[in-house]
Design a protein around this ligand. Sequence first.
Ligand SMILES: C[S@@+](CC[C@H](N)C(=O)[O-])C[C@H]1O[C@@H](n2cnc3c(N)ncnc32)[C@H](O)[C@@H]1O
Length: 398
Amino acid sequence: MIESYEIKPYTQAGKIPANRINNLYPLEMVLPVVGMNEYFVKKILGRHECLTEDMVVELLEQDAFSETFVPRSMVLQYLRKKLLTSSQNTASLISELDRLYKGDAISLIDRLKDQSIQCVVTSTPYWAMRIYDEFFIREWADGETCAFGLEQTPEGFIRHSVETLYHLQRKLTPAGSLWWNIMDSYNTRTQIRNNASEALYAMQGHDKKTWKDHKYKRYSAGHSYLQDGEQCLIPQRIAERASRIGFYVKSMISWCKTASMPEPQQSRVSRNVEYILHLTVQRTPLFHKQAYLSLPADLGGKQDFESEKLSDFWHLPTSAGGNGHGAQFPLQLPGRCIALSTNEEDTVLDPFMGSGTTAMASVILNRHYIGFDISDKYIQLAARRIENSISNPQRKTE
Ligand SMILES: C[S@@+](CC[C@H](N)C(=O)[O-])C[C@H]1O[C@@H](n2cnc3c(N)ncnc32)[C@H](O)[C@@H]1O
């Protein structure tokens, strides 16, 4: 665990560089970083398989441009580097199923065979909410060097989420589905706690530390537009950018939790909702809508308070989290996603596996799993829970 960490909003000022290099960039390399589809680009530039730097700049100047995972001023720099490094990935392929791998998610995602994953169900670290025991400091495409979830701004976190989605995109089968569980954060001056029980302890007034004594904290002043106390709208902004890099945003599901943390703020309603983005690579993915009605409730079938119609409002429980992972989702969440979007024997990936809930649901539903996590402790915890769900037909999930 790091000694101390501070998040202080800082937005870099930047301009598109004036110099041009005589490079040609494949269209598929450019599209995700200008946030446009090939038909629109063809309308602007005519039909080209590769683009010059002047053409790329013409796209950056369009009203339709919107940032995805590289800020506008850094797109040329990103493409120059990408052109030099795109043929350098020599890491061995991950082919073994039903295994957990310790390491950084993006580095391991890149080692998966293209189009080999039918379904991804995952929950990344949320922005500026937790300090995990172990983390990986990555140099991201936007130039920020930090652990995922500990960016200096919500925009940094949104970019890094979308960069991760970009790496995952080509690993999905054409009929595959990606389910991305994410919660919003507020732009507030606050301490960052290690887990929910620490936060609860503090809310009950037991934490006597002063602001100065806290080792992990974030500030709100200095952001380019967000004011103190404002909701950042992170899930919605990730969804929009996922669409811009080529995903179909099939649904933005509200997960209405049966229990959530108390919130002391008196000037707004309390949060009770997290989101699950359902993203696909084609318009009509594999989708067993009826599975919702036949699946047992403890695996994500219809719950109390839910109707016969599977809607975009999911009333799922909150995990008790009593087994050593402070941010785990309930078995019902991956269970439902997997049953809806896979067949038996298909492969399910969770690149931020934590305590192994996605793998447990996969095992119970007779699907194969692959799981990644940066933490040894969580890999071991996940392995124990998976083993338990293989040998325990009663599905004790903790
Ligand atoms: C929100 S938790 C996932 C919890 C999981 N859904 C469960 O039910 O237990 C996020 C996980 O991401 C892991 N993590 C953080 N950074 C990572 C990285 N760069 N690569 C892989 N895993 C990472 C953390 O160790 C943590 O276990």
